[in-house]
Design a protein around this ligand. Structure first.
Ligand code: AMP
Length: 283
């Protein structure tokens, strides 16, 4: 495995691989890898001849007063984990390399970025779309893998890829959870033990909503009220949004159907967590 900081040298190596007829699988991350990231890398390993992992804490997707400075980083440990799952190239550029002096271009996807996380973090998706476009142009992968934990991000990246005619297959991967249900996230390290205990309310609320739907509840408002009550019963949780949307358009729904997804964002103390789940089991 090789760790590459320079954009040019990564591009050279990948040009050789492409010329040799090899397919490239790509997993973009902000590092501090956990088992959720590793599940993406394992699938990437199966789907490409060359597996590229990027580790870049992208400053442009953090808003004022958010946790850019505090975001956990551990490149050494990340590289050990990456090597163990068979990554070929770790791309870990500096901010100065990605956004040199004079940098002036942004990529903006409208519509599906307006609600949910986009409403609470108005500059977030512009930063995500900009960095993902840059990374796609640098790596030029055949397939790129994203987690459905960041459900809106996955939808936005699919939109962007389609709209800009990028010849990249976007693969959405299931949410990887701790044994007790908490969705894995690099930000979980921020939680103290009481916050960690209360954070279970997010995944519990999703199960509760799925159970209500199983019992025949079809009204979005009723399910949202039950979820909000469950979150509100935790003293350290302040919900940011609870929404039930169509899985493709992310438009809010009135009635639950096979396309309904429940999306939650909530602060546990200072830490903002997100989680989601489909409301109908189609299996
Ligand atoms: P991040 O490093 O948080 O930007 O995440 C990098 C990628 O890993 C994104 O595509 C995330 O959706 C994905 N990811 C993060 N947490 C999980 C998880 N618990 N399960 C599956 N994928 C995840």
């Amino acid at each position: 495995m090789e760790i590459v900081e320079s954009i040019e040298s990564l591009q050279q190596q990948l040009a050789h691989a492409r010329a040799a007829g090899k397919t490239i699988a790509f997993v973009p991350t902000m590092g501090f890898l956990h088992a959720g990231h590793l599940s993406l890398l394992e699938e990437g390993r199966r789907r490409g001849d060359v597996l590229v992992l990027s580790i870049f804490v992208n400053p442009t997707q953090f808003g004022q007063g958010e946790d850019f400075e505090d975001y956990p980083r551990d490149l050494q440990q990340d590289c050990a984990l990456a090597e163990a799952v068979g990554v070929d190239l770790v791309f870990a550029p500096s901010s100065a390399a990605m956004y040199p002096r004079g940098y002036a271009t942004e990529v903006n996807v409208s519509g599906i970025t307006a609600g949910l996380c986009g409403a609470s973090r108005p500059t977030h998706f512009r930063g995500v779309c900009t960095v993902v476009t840059k990374l796609f142009n640098i790596v030029q992968p055949h397939v790129a893998l994203f987690g459905s934990k960041d459900f809106q991000q996955l939808a936005v990246v699919k939109r962007l890829t389609q709209d800009l005619n990028l010849p990249i297959e976007i693969i959405g991967m299931p949410i990887y959870r701790e044994a007790d249900g908490l969705a894995m996230s690099s930000r979980n390290v921020y939680l103290d033990s009481e916050q960690r205990r209360q954070s279970l309310a997010l995944s519990q609320a999703i199960t509760l909503a799925q159970d209500l739907v199983k019992q025949g509840e079809g009204e979005v408002a009723t399910v949202i009220a039950a979820v909000s009550r469950h979150l509100g019963a935790q003293s350290l949780i302040r919900s940011d949004y609870v929404a039930i949307c169509h899985q493709l358009t992310l438009e809010p729904q009135q009635r639950i159907d096979k396309d309904s997804v429940l999306l939650i964002a909530a602060f546990v103390g200072q830490t903002r967590l997100i989680d989601n789940g489909y409301l109908m089991d189609l299996s």
